[in-house]
Design a binder for this molecule. Structure first.
Ligand code: PLP
Length: 413
């Protein structure tokens, strides 16, 4: 008789052992780290890659003929190839290293926006965007006369697709949309959004800052024009991030910063730009960060990402069920399609106070507006408390979180 096929067990205990900080204490209590949407912890493999780089390689890239410089260059460019594979981009020429998602969006706004958008052209974003995907488009509007359109969300925190469709028109030249909302956890239907935008002739930038840590991304299948993310949200160091863009766009775009590395020749009369992607990488890059990012992506490649996502969904479901037991707790963001983010307010309780009291019990959550003030305005709150999970969290973490929350609420009552 055929045995039913069991899904692979996700061995969270073994995975936690790879993340040294998870085994530490904070304020005398074992750490429960639930601020993964802000930044993720780093596996030993990433930390080791940074130490190995500084202990055995450290040299500048693209500049020296000496052995260390060549090794640093080879490893940095190898990291670019790993990012290409991670995103399924066609070529490493399409992978520009930046400081993070914020810098990557600013690069697109400054270079693509100022060159290809005209006064009156529309940039369409969503109401739940992170400030990093709002402010650069406002700056472009203010300096350049473009129009900023905002597609609303509904009260579950989902993008109102009907309203989005209405706002989309031949005047829309660029759609900039988060794949996952950091404040709410909502997953946006970006494939559908890209199809609709392309049908109107608009380019699409996908902000993948909150999606890359929760599942595979395929820019070729999505057919997005730009995709940005930050290394530190995907278990890599801070200071390194990525702009993916179709090569034809990068070819046509002017550099946004000038300096070393982005040039081929310089005279006082004229400068010739370097090839892709270095045309967009003026100055010494975060070499160790790039190498650390490769180590993080290699680490993820060794995980069963589908099982990890299933585990995270189990945590979200469990946490959501437990949240319903708390009097006065209101979840902010109840989209049907969500990653493991539990944003909430408790009637009569200041989120900041909750955060401080949870911290005293070793539980790290984020409180405030989460760099998404328009979302707070939509829901009529000043801020929320947010527990955000990664695949290394456990049901015990959820239990400790709710125990700490109950205690905090008792103190604040
Ligand atoms: N976009 C989203 C959805 C984010 O959550 C964040 C950071 O929280 C950013 C952009 C900006 O990322 P960074 O600060 O790493 O540049």
């Amino acid at each position: 008789m055929n045995q039913p096929v069991q899904p692979p067990v996700f061995e969270v205990g073994r995975i936690r052992a790879d993340f040294p900080l998870l085994g530490t204490t904070v304020n005398g209590k074992p750490l429960v780290y639930l601020d993964n949407a802000a930044t993720t912890q780093k596996p030993r493999a990433v930390i080791a890659a940074l130490v190995r780089y500084y202990e055995t390689i450290n040299a500048n890239v693209h500049r020296g003929v000496h052995t260390l410089s060549q090794r640093a260059t080879d490893e940095f460019e190898d990291a670019r190839e790993t990012v290409r594979g991670f995103l399924n981009a066609a070529s490493p020429r399409e992978i520009v290293f930046t400081r993070g998602a914020t810098e990557a969006i600013n690069l697109v706004a400054q270079s693509y926006g100022r060159t290809f958008l005209r006064a009156g052209d529309e940039v369409l974003i969503g109401e739940a965007e992170h400030h990093a995907n709002i402010v650069p488009w406002q700056q472009l509007r203010d300096s350049h006369g473009t129009v900023l359109q905002v597609a609303p969300i509904n009260d579950a925190g989902e993008l109102d697709l009907a309203a989005f469709t209405k706002l989309l028109s031949p005047r829309t030249k660029l759609v900039a949309i988060g794949q996952v909302s950091n404040a709410l956890g909502t997953v946006n239907p970006v494939a559908e959004i890209i199809r609709m935008a392309h049908a109107q002739g608009a380019r699409v930038l996908v902000d993948g800052a909150q999606s890359v840590g929760h599942g595979p991304v395929d820019v070729a299948a999505l057919d997005c024009d730009f995709f940005v993310f930050s290394g530190h949200k995907v278990f890599a160091p801070t200071g390194i991030g990525v702009l993916y863009a179709k090569a034809e766009l990068l070819e046509a775009m002017p550099p946004w910063q000038g300096g070393g590395d982005m040039i081929r020749t310089v005279t006082f009369e004229h400068t010739q730009w370097n090839d892709l992607p270095w045309k967009f990488e003026a100055g010494t890059p975060d070499i160790a960060g790039g190498i650390g990012l490769k180590a993080a992506l290699d680490y993820l490649a060794g995980l069963d990402f589908t099982a990890a996502a299933r585990h995270e969904h189990d945590l979200l479901h469990y946490a959501t069920t437990r949240a319903a037991e708390i009097a006065g707790l209101r979840i902010i963001g109840t989209a049907k399609d969500k990653v493991a983010v539990l944003s909430f307010v408790v009637a009569g309780v200041n989120a900041q106070d909750l955060g401080v009291l949870l911290d005293s019990q070793g539980v790290a959550i984020r409180t405030g507006h989460h760099c998404a003030m328009p979302v707070m305005t939509h829901f009529g709150v000043a801020g929320t408390a947010r527990a955000s999970f990664a695949f290394y969290n456990t049901r015990e973490d959820v239990d400790r979180f709710f125990a700490a929350l109950a205690k905090a609420l008792e103190i604040l009552a």
